[in-house]
Design a protein around this ligand. Structure first.
Ligand SMILES: NC(=O)C1=CN([C@@H]2O[C@H](COP(=O)(O)OP(=O)(O)OC[C@H]3O[C@@H](n4cnc5c(N)ncnc54)[C@H](OP(=O)(O)O)[C@@H]3O)[C@@H](O)[C@H]2O)C=CC1
Ligand SMILES: N=C(CCC(=O)O)C(=O)O
Length: 448
């Protein structure tokens, strides 16, 4: 069977075997089509049914999470952990707490994580987890009780050399701390390397909190340098106002850019003078308030209620840092009409396939999530290294390693793109570079 027909066959199987899992199918579809040039050169991979194997998780765990709210009412949520591919090392990937979490969401995130983790060059397989628990509006005590209930099942399936969860949407240092405490109690083990994103007093790594946002800018800076320009004086739009968005804004401002938007699920702010990051940090990291309250401190700014479409604001660089499918074809056309030159994905799968095609057809330099936002998991890998050595590096040591990793990911993605004669197609380049290492390991480890 030739490469193109093989990819179509596997995609048909994925659709049949995973009915209704739209997000998962889209993630697989995006990757597999870019691998056709590799399979044409490596027919032995088709013979080995490598794609049939890589699209099927090694293990998927779904479990009941019962807990009691502050009013004494019993609540039931569903938890997941997908241990997608362990060929390169222990399963590694975040935990997402959001009402939209489903098997399909967790599988799309876990599938992306396989190639993202491969690109970091660190020994980490791909995994992901989460729950349909909504942390918004919950008390600290309710968050703690949920995290304890969630970990009371998950602990059976994880370990520093087995599966190492971390944060994602709705899961930050506070939640990781509660889950680590419960893991320690139930497993009678203080293996700090079992979770990353931990608070600093028990094995957390300096540099992990800003890592995803900083890493995004380190990668995007390579994209701008590749086109002979810099962030100095550029107008940047950012979506989201959580961990990734906040530190993407911080590094963009340090690079001399003017960031004019950020958002949450209630709407977005536009600050023509440039986002006041201290205000956003106070609102989001300290007081857990809504982004609309930004106007209390910056009355000249504009708040657009009920819309997260920051893409309608004219910019040079767009950095989606909220969630999946936030840039659709219409938003992409708007960005292109308004003169965007660079798009770099901080969130996971924030751009729909037709929007990506629109950017590429218009010659917009597009940076894919699995390459751009790998700084978070890379720094998690560095946290695991420090935990293994029972040592702690300085912020500068970690940040220097992060910068080097992001530059290597750009170089590997660019080289793989050049190899297929499409040197600006970083999406194909990142997929190919990530896939080659995983497929090599899978072939050498036998049919398991
Ligand atoms: N944390 C990490 O280490 C990494 C995260 N990522 C990805 O980056 C993205 C953001 O994650 P992170 O910053 O950690 O998460 P946070 O929970 O810290 O922030 C998420 C932000 O996105 C907004 N948001 C979430 N869901 C939606 C939605 N459905 N519609 C509109 N806005 C939404 C939230 O608004 P609100 O508060 O109103 O919900 C919030 O502003 C995700 O795609 C995540 O998978 C990628 C790599 C690493
Ligand atoms: N949520 C993350 C970070 C995962 C991790 O640090 O293990 C991601 O890479 O999407």
């Amino acid at each position: 069977m030739d490469a193109k027909n093989y990819v179509e066959k596997v995609l048909e199987d994925v659709k049949r075997r995973n009915p209704g899992e739209v997000e998962f199918y889209n993630a697989v579809n995006e990757v597999l089509h870019t691998l056709i040039p590799v399979l044409e050169k490596r027919p032995e991979l088709i013979e080995a049914a490598i794609l049939d194997r890589i699209v099927e998780p090694e293990r998927l765990i779904s479990f009941r999470v019962p807990w009691m709210d502050d009013a004494g009412n019993i609540q039931i949520n569903r938890g997941f952990r997908v241990q997608f591919n362990g060929a390169l090392g222990p399963y590694k990937g975040g935990i997402r707490f959001h009402p939209t979490v489903s098997q399909s969401i967790v599988k799309f995130l876990g599938f992306e994580q396989i190639f993202k983790n491969s690109l970091t060059g660190l020994p980490m397989g791909g995994g992901k987890g989460g729950s349909d628990f909504d942390p918004k509006g919950k008390s600290d005590a309710e968050i703690m009780r949920f995290c304890q209930a969630f970990m009371s099942e998950l602990y059976k399936h994880i370990g520093p050399d087995v599966d190492v969860p971390a944060g994602d949407i709705g899961v930050g240092g506070r939640e990781i701390g509660f889950m680590y405490g419960m893991y320690r109690k139930l497993s009678n083990s203080s293996s700090q390397g079992v979770l990353t994103g931990k608070p600093l007093t028990f094995g957390g790594s300096l540099g992990r909190t800003p890592a995803t946002g900083y890493g995004l800018l380190y990668f995007a800076n390579e994209m701008l340098k590749d086109k002979g320009t810099t962030f100095e004086g550029k107008t940047v739009v950012v979506s989201g106002s959580g961990n990734v968005a906040i530190y993407a804004i911080e590094k963009a401002q340090q690079f001399g850019a003017k960031v004019v938007t950020c958002s949450d699920s209630g709407g977005y702010i536009y600050d023509e003078e440039g986002i006041d990051l201290a205000v956003v940090k106070q609102l989001k990291e300290v007081e857990a308030r809504r982004i609309k309250d930004y106007l209390e401190f910056r009355p000249k700014a504009k708040y657009v209620e009920g819309s997260t479409n920051v893409w309608e604001v004219k910019c040079d660089v767009a950095l989606p840092c909220a969630t999946q499918n936030e840039i659709d074809k219409a938003s992409a056309d708007l960005l292109i009409k308004n003169g965007v030159q660079f798009v770099a994905e901080g969130a996971n799968m924030p751009t729909t396939l037709d929007a990506i095609a629109a950017f590429q057809n218009a010659g917009i330099y597009f940076g894919p999530a699995k390459a751009c936002n790998a700084g978070g998991v890379a720094t998690s890998g560095l946290e695991m290294t420090q935990n293994s050595m029972r040592l702690s590096w300085t912020f500068e040591e970690v940040d220097d390693k992060l910068k080097g990793i992001m530059q290597n990911i750009f170089a590997a993605s660019k080289a793989a793109a050049k190899e297929i004669g499409d040197e600006d197609n970083l999406l194909a380049g990142a997929n190919i570079a990530g896939f080659l290492k995983v497929s090599d390991a899978m072939m050498k480890q036998g049919l398991i």
